[in-house]
Ligand binder design. Structure first.
Ligand code: NAD
Length: 295
């Protein structure tokens, strides 16, 4: 059992902190939102008065914050000066690679080990303890983080050095965004060409056009396995979050002079979809946008 300070108890962090409690860890929690804090307390966490208070005297810190600017501010201004010398820092937020590397470097200057450990899997996986963690950092830090992350996930993979977890996450999601757009436009075209969409699914999901977006997350209601498409595109992975990850991927690509025309096209399409008012809908609702229906 470890003593853990957990900062950021939102949609994802709330369920993750609860799973650490279930695994027998002592979790001290902080969030700016009173509602989030109350939920964490009900799940068995101890409430802290500030981020610094949550991490004082703990052996592990876990953060699940919105974006790079929050992670830089929380670590730089509050956590690094408050934690003890042997504390392991684990940031699970999805952020830009440059911020991840900068904060890990800053932690090292304080003599602290830190890993970036973003997740794949949404709110249901966070609640159910079935997330996949992609971890960047040194071997020794990974070895310490692994059993903690296992209490919140089904897979924990060491992606490489500092920032490699974030790199793997955004590259994977760029691929996901591009295949979802391609799958949506393929179904929209198949329909206009008079194909029965279940029949097209049966063919393409076994043929060379198949992908996870097709076989596991089909964007057409009533076709393939049950997905958010069957629930009016509610739940699942929000368009606004897909847009965030595509922006991070395209920004990272510019930083290393990589050519990502498909990623950039997916980014501009998800930007248009979010601008249409569909930011909270599932990312497979791209098909309605492409078909010209109201979001
Ligand atoms: P969220 O907005 O629901 O939660 C973030 C929490 O951080 C909020 O409760 C907010 O009050 C808190 N917070 C912000 N600044 C703070 C500060 N200075 N001190 C303390 N608390 C602070 O977001 P989420 O959906 O839980 O996502 C968290 C991260 O996980 C994001 O980086 C997101 O991209 C990533 N992610 C989300 C999903 C998903 O499906 N929601 C899936 C994979 C990854």
């Amino acid at each position: 059992m470890s003593s853990i300070g957990f900062i950021g108890l939102g949609n994802m962090g709330g369920g993750m902190a609860a799973n650490l409690v279930k695994a027998g860890h002592a979790v001290t929690a902080f969030d700016l939102s009173e509602a989030a804090l109350a939920r964490a307390e009900a799940a068995g966490c101890t409430r802290a008065a500030s981020a610094a208070d949550a991490v004082t005297g703990v052996s592990i810190v876990v953060t699940m914050l919105p974006a790079g600017k929050h992670v830089r501010a929380v670590y730089g201004e509050q956590l690094l000066g408050a934690v003890g010398p042997d504390t392991l820092l684990i940031d699970c937020s999805t952020i830009d690679v440059a911020s991840a590397r900068a904060v890990i470097e800053q932690a090292a200057e304080h003599g602290l080990a830190m890993v970036d450990a973003p997740v794949s899997g949404g709110i249901a996986a966070a609640n159910g303890g079935t997330l996949t963690f992609m971890v960047g950092g040194e071997d020794a830090a990974f070895a310490r983080a692994e059993p903690i992350l296992q209490a919140m996930g089904k897979a924990v993979i060491h992606a490489g050095a500092a920032g490699a977890g974030q790199a793997a996450k955004i590259v994977n999601n760029m691929l996901l965004g591009a295949t979802m757009v391609a799958t949506c436009e393929a179904f929209a075209l198949a329909e206009k060409l008079g194909l029965d969409l279940q029949t097209f699914f049966d063919i393409s999901s076994k043929a060379s056009g198949q992908s996870w977006s097709m076989t596991s997350y089909c964007p057409v209601p009533g076709v393939g396995p049950e997905t958010p498409a069957d629930r009016d595109y509610e739940g699942g992975f929000a368009n606004a979050l897909m847009l965030k990850d595509l922006k991070l991927a395209v920004e990272a690509a510019h930083g290393v002079d990589a050519s990502v025309p498909m990623g950039a096209a997916a980014e501009s399409l998800y930007q248009a979809l979010v601008n249409s008012g569909a930011g909270a809908k599932d990312f497979s609702s791209m098909i309605r946008f492409l078909k010209g229906a109201a979001a």
